[in-house]
Design a protein around this ligand. Structure first.
Ligand code: HEC
Ligand code: HEC
Length: 399
């Protein structure tokens, strides 16, 4: 009897173990729906559909990996795309999480630019944003809208398209493209995976978790105007309507990030990424006062990133924070030194360097002064930033 019990126990244990193994085995992230019934589900299928690229191997999810907060899954400064995967991009891939409240691009009464999509605000809406990656030679590389729509008609989502947007929905290129943009937008706006609001910090705000002493010190510094002052641009408090903080105020600023020589386009020494002033937005005149400014990104999930800022030059979260603190006191740590002279702000042409923010804490220091924060305080800020990681990603923390 005892032996039989033992045998049964062992069989059961083996089965349980096998089931657990299968459950834990990481399956590649693909769309969870195969026959979409709503625009959101259709958007998800399109987002994961590599057949919509010229190479047949790249989808939105290749660069915006759900396992990496819908941002790039690797430590490359810029991603490769194109029919043979050999055409490099020029900017780091932003996370697509927490974008649903981003307002359309505008200037407020004081002339402050805010809202819009991409690092330079060049896209008005999430629907409009989708066109560039689908067409651009260094991304999905279809070249024309026509080619995208031809692929859509042959894709797994064609019949769902006709059910959801009507029988005629793929007939003419403009209508098909508008529907495609709508489905991608609805997916990003509505699917919970883009805004779970379940980080440790969210639990803390809800009174369901406690911050460690280091996280708490970092949190206080983050908000302290005269010290780290991060919340000035990356708000950490609930909004007036009680909604959860997004850690961006949707504005733009010029931080003077060092030039990234690993970006192929930068081999041309006269090429500068001017950001907002050169975004190419329709009807936008040249705006020299906005040159060198880039959008304030959310800091939610920033600890899952491997490259930072618009050009991916900085490769660790600690360095990203330390850059703010010692850019002006120890510029030689960040910029190349040529014949004994530090090439400060070397990624902007001289005429635009006056736009770079040197007035706000913590980057309001001068050469020879003490950095605004100590090494320990930088570590504390980094600890706090780790509390902004969504619960599905906490196991994937990179550093
Ligand atoms: C080859 C990599 C790549 C692919 C493929 C790609 N993207 Fe992107 N995505 C980027 C990069 C790089 C940026 C930043 C572009 C910029 O600032 O000019 C970006 C920006 C965005 C943004 C703006 C985010 C923000 O913070 O404002 C959205 C939205 C977006 N992509 C959606 C998509 C969708 C939808 C697809 C598929 C149709 C897609 N992307 C395919 C690399 C990619
Ligand atoms: C005056 C506005 C402002 C303040 C203050 C500010 N930031 Fe930022 N932050 C920005 C802008 C703008 C960017 C994007 C710059 C770029 O890409 O060139 C950015 C980007 C970042 C990034 C990179 C995120 C990514 O996705 O690559 C991190 C990390 C960051 N900030 C942390 C902080 C911390 C920590 C503080 C406080 C010490 C702080 N910021 C204070 C405006 C600000």
């Amino acid at each position: 009897m005892f032996a039989i019990n033992g045998l049964i126990f062992r069989i059961l244990a083996t089965i349980t173990f096998a089931v657990l193994l299968v459950a834990c085995e990481k399956t590649p992230h693909t769309a969870s729906v195969q026959s979409p019934k709503t625009a959101v589900e259709l958007g998800e299928l399109i987002f994961h559909d590599a057949s919509l690229s010229a190479s047949g191997k790249q989808s939105c999810a290749s660069c915006h990996s759900p396992d990496h907060a819908h941002a790039q899954p690797n430590a490359l400064s810029v991603q490769l795309g194109g029919i043979n995967f050999d055409q490099p991009g020029t900017r780091a891939v932003p996370s697509l999480r927490y974008l649903s409240k981003t307002p359309a691009f505008s200037f407020n009464d004081e002339g402050t630019p805010s809202g819009g999509f991409n690092h330079d605000g060049s896209a008005e809406t999430l629907a409009a944003q989708a066109e560039r990656p689908l067409l651009a030679a260094n991304e999905m590389a279809n070249g024309t809208r026509e080619r995208v729509v031809e692929k859509l008609r042959l894709s797994a989502s064609a019949s769902a398209f006709r059910k959801i947007y009507g029988e005629q929905s793929l007939n003419d290129v403009d209508t098909a493209f508008a529907n495609l943009g709508d489905a991608l937008e609805q997916y990003q706006l509505q699917a919970v995976e883009f805004h779970p609001f379940d980080s440790k910090y969210d639990l803390y705000l809800a009174g369901k978790a406690q911050l460690t002493p280091s996280e708490m010190r970092g949190f206080k510094l983050f908000n302290e105007e005269k010290r780290a002052n991060c919340a000035a641009c990356h708000p950490s408090e609930r909004a007036a309507d009680g909604s959860s903080p997004l850690f961006t105020d949707f504005t733009y600023d010029a931080l003077g990030i060092p030039r990234n020589d690993s970006i192929a386009a930068n081999a041309d020494k006269t090429r500068f990424d001017l950001g907002l002033c050169n975004s190419g937005r329709k009807g936008q005149a040249a705006m020299p006062s906005e040159c060198g400014k880039f959008k304030v990104p959310t800091l939610r999930n920033v600890a899952t990133r491997q490259v930072f800022f618009h050009n991916g030059q900085i490769k660790s979260l600690r360095d990203a924070v330390a850059f703010y603190v010692s850019r002006d006191t120890h510029p030689q740590e960040w910029y190349p030194v040529v014949s004994g002279k530090v090439q400060k702000f070397n990624d902007q042409p001289k005429v635009h360097r006056k736009n770079i923010n040197i007035h706000e804490a913590p980057y309001d220091r001068k050469l020879g002064q003490q950095p605004a924060l100590s090494e320990q305080e930088i570590d504390d800020l980094v600890s706090f930033l780790h509390t902004l990681t969504d619960s599905d990603l906490t196991a994937h923390k990179t550093r």
